[in-house]
Design a protein around this ligand. Structure first.
Ligand SMILES: Nc1nc2c(ncn2[C@@H]2O[C@H](COP(=O)(O)OP(=O)(O)OP(=O)(O)O)[C@@H](O)[C@H]2O)c(=O)[nH]1
Ligand SMILES: [Zn+2]
Length: 208
C-alpha cells in the first residue's frame, strides 16, 4: 500500500510547503524497514500508519530547510527611530541534535538595538523557528540566529542566549536529567560589558 493513499489530500500538500509527497512516501518506506529492524511487526494494527506519521512528523521537525530566515526578517522591516534594546525572550525551542537526531528543548532570548529599522516582533520568533527546525547543535543554532539578524537588519548589535536540555543526555547516554546547557552570542554594542549586563538583567526578570 502507498502510505500517501492514507491521506491523499492534494489541497493539504499544496498548502503546506514542507510536506513533500514523494519524500514522505520514501521516508515511510524506510521507517517501515526501521520498525522491522527494531524487532516490531509493521503490519500490526497500531503500527500500520506509523511509518507515514513519523515521515510527516520528521518533515515538520526539519521544516526549517524550506524556510529562508533572511527573507522572513526582510518581509517586515519598518523605518523607526527607536534606538534602545528590543528583547524577545522565552521563545520556545524544539530542535533536533545532529548527533542523535533526538530533541533538544528550551528557550531562546533574543535582543537587538535598531539602527534606523525595526522588524516585526513575530519575525524574530520565526527566525528562531527556521533555524531550530533543522538538525543542529546548540552552539551553531545560537550563531545562526545572531548572524541572520545582524546581516539582515544591520542593527547596532544583537544578543542571543539559548538555554536547553538535550534528550540525548537524558533518555540515553550519560542520563543526566537536570543539566541545562547555556550558549550565547553577541555582536556590536553587546560586546560592551554594560550593555550585555543590561540584557542579562532584563532576561532574568520574571513576569510570571
Ligand atoms: N557541543 C554540543 N554537543 C552536543 C549537542 N547535542 C549533543 N551533543 C553531544 O554530542 C556528543 C557526541 O559524542 P559521541 O561520543 O560521538 O557520541 P555518543 O557515543 O553517543 O556519546 P554519549 O552521548 O556521551 O554517549 C555527545 O557528547 C553529546 O552530548 C550540542 O548541541 N552541542
Ligand atoms: Zn544528541
Amino acid at each position: 500500500m502507498k502510505y500517501t493513499e492514507l491521506d491523499d489530500n492534494e489541497e493539504f500538500y499544496r498548502k503546506v510547503e514542507y510536506y513533500n509527497k514523494a519524500r514522505i512516501e520514501k521516508l515511510s518506506y524506510h521507517y517501515k524497514e526501521i520498525l522491522t529492524l527494531l524487532g516490531e511487526d509493521p503490519e500490526r494494527e497500531g503500527l500500520v500508519k506509523t511509518p507515514y506519521r513519523v515521515a510527516k512528523a520528521m518533515q515538520f521537525m526539519t521544516k526549517g530547510y524550506t524556510e529562508n530566515p533572511e527573507e522572513i526578517l526582510r518581509s517586515a522591516l519598518f523605518k523607526e527611530d527607536y534606538r534602545q534594546m528590543v528583547i524577545v525572550k522565552d521563545i520556545e525551542i524544539y530542535s533536533l541534535c545532529e548527533h542523535h537526531m533526538l530533541p533538544f528543548i528550551g528557550h531562546a532570548h533574543v535582543a537587538y538595538i535598531p539602527n534606523g529599522y525595526i522588524t516585526g516582533l513575530s519575525k524574530i520568533a520565526r527566525v528562531v523557528e527556521a533555524f531550530s527546525r533543522r538538525l543542529q547543535v546548540q552552539e551553531r543554532l545560537t550563531n545562526d540566529i545572531k548572524n541572520c539578524i545582524q546581516n539582515t537588519l544591520n542593527p547596532l548589535g544583537v544578543a542571543v542566549v539559548i538555554e536547553a536540555q538535550h534528550m540525548c543526555m537524558m533518555m540515553r547516554g550519560v542520563q543526566k536529567q537536570n543539566s541545562v546547557t547555556t550558549t550565547s552570542d553577541f555582536s556590536g554594542a553587546f560586546e560592551k560589558l554594560a550593555t550585555r549586563e543590561e540584557f542579562i538583567r532584563l532576561i532574568s526578570n520574571k513576569f510570571h
